[in-house]
Design a protein around this ligand. Structure first.
Ligand code: PLP
Length: 427
């Protein structure tokens, strides 16, 4: 497969962009490859600068639940562009999107739009602190909540891939109130509550952890978090930047039937454009400026083009009740094929349209077991697939995203090639 143009662009990029990329995982360093520079995408296919076509399981890291360039979304976005790109003033579209969010995720009675998942989480934490008058927060090792200072502690995703789960440049004072518990380990949470009485503002969790590879919550874990936060006057924040509108229309909280106090969204809510959102109970959100004393603002927040993409995407999902069942079936097929081929040598975690293959014989249920995965083998697996036109995440510590645009034929093709890739590995 030719990669001359991608190589040229990468060399040029490295001159004026740190590491040649605008987000670290894109550099393909964890898989020892040259990053592919992409040019266009449609449906489940993405095409690089050398004209190579791939079946795409990155889907822009989650937003692409409908696949790329859905005609209805594109049409509305183009119409919206004609009317102006940004006003810095309120629009009806923001109202419509807030109403839709609240209809689909009822715990988000009131929500505020921002421009990324990072911003959503950072603002949600500020709201929780403002509401409770407490400073400490609990997060889980291996969960990723964006790159704001106080959350770059034992973080997953690119931070884990690049071996910097605690970032340089973050003052110790900014992380001293971030307490770290173990995912799926109730005792580790209980201990932090015992040691920090009346000081914990919130527990923030990815209800399904998807940034140390995919790790599912064990039975009772999320319920336990709901109970302990309630009992201690702390808030429960579900970071649904990945799971929102993906696990179900109502996100992980609908899937598991648990109501958090605050929810953060990103990715799908913007339909491929930069949007994040945070929201929750009215009394909490009344703390936000200009109603309350917690300040938070944004020049491009609620951008009319971005909200258009979000509204269209959510409406398409809402009007297709069978979509989540179809997504699950396709993904289960991929998971079953991988399990069959990698028998005993790999662990495949899957839920809805999310999936990860770990190169370990352990059951992956937390950070400790996730990092037993042989990342060299992942790199080989990735390379085998990339060379044959299958594009999966260039890091073990991410997940595969399956979209509504993935055709049965492409799923079959992927099952076959993934099987071959696994059989080619030296376990
Ligand atoms: N929270 C979670 C669970 C995420 O997966 C991510 C990004 O992948 C973020 C927050 C940060 O979102 P963004 O990259 O849009 O800032």
């Amino acid at each position: 497969m030719k990669d001359t143009r991608s190589k040229e662009l990468y060399e040029r990029a490295k001159v004026h962009i740190p590491g040649g990329v605008n987000s670290p995982v894109r550099a393909f360093r964890a898989v020892n490859r040259t990053p592919r520079f992409m040019e266009s995408a449609k449906g489940d296919r993405i095409i690089d600068a050398d004209g190579n076509e791939y079946i795409d399981y990155v889907c822009s890291w989650g937003p692409g639940i409908l696949g790329h360039a859905h005609p209805q979304v594109i049409k509305k976005v183009m119409d919206s562009c004609e009317n102006g790109l940004t006003f810095g003033a309120p629009t009806e579209k923001e109202v419509i999107l807030a109403e839709l969010i609240s209809e689909l995720i009822p715990s988000m009675e009131v929500s505020r739009l921002v421009s990324s998942g990072t911003e959503a989480v950072m603002s949600a934490i500020r709201a929780a602190r403002g509401f409770t008058g407490r400073d400490k927060i609990v997060k889980f090792r291996g969960c990723y909540h964006g790159h704001s200072d106080s959350l770059l502690v034992k973080a997953g995703s690119g931070a884990l891939t690049t071996s910097v789960p605690d970032s340089a440049g973050v003052p110790k004072d900014d992380t001293k109130n971030t307490l770290v518990a173990e995912y799926n380990d109730k005792d580790s949470v209980q201990k932090l509550f015992d040691e920090n009485k009346d000081q914990i503002a919130a527990v923030i969790v990815e209800p399904v952890a998807a940034n140390m590879g995919l790790v599912l919550p064990e039975e009772g874990f999320l319920e336990f978090l709901r109970e302990i936060t309630k009992d201690h006057g702390s808030l429960l924040i579900f970071d649904e930047v990945i799971t929102g509108f993906r696990l179900s229309l109502g996100g992980a909280q609908q899937y598991y039937n648990i109501k958090p106090d605050i929810t953060t969204l990103g990715k799908i809510v913007g339909g491929g454009m930069p949007i994040g959102a945070y929201g929750g109970r009215r009394e909490i959100m009344q703390m936000i400026s200009p109603d309350g004393p917690v300040y938070q603002a944004g020049t491009l927040s609620g951008n009319p083009v971005a909200t258009t993409a979000g509204i269209e995407t959510l409406n398409i999902l809402k009007n297709d009740p069978q979509i989540y069942e179809r997504l699950e079936q396709k993904t289960r097929k991929l998971a079953d094929a991988a399990r069959e081929a990698g028998k005993g040598h790999i662990c495949v975690n899957q839920i809805g349209s999310l999936m990860s293959v770990f190169f370990t014989d352990q059951k992956v249920r937390d950070f400790e077991s996730a990092v037993t995965s042989n990342t060299e083998q992942y790199a080989d697996y990735f390379g085998y697939l990339l060379d044959r036109g299958i594009y999966i995440a260039p890091s073990q510590f991410e997940t595969m995203f399956i979209s509504n645009a993935h055709t049965e034929e492409d799923i079959e093709k992927t099952c076959k090639l993934a099987g071959e890739a696994l059989c080619s590995l030296d376990f």
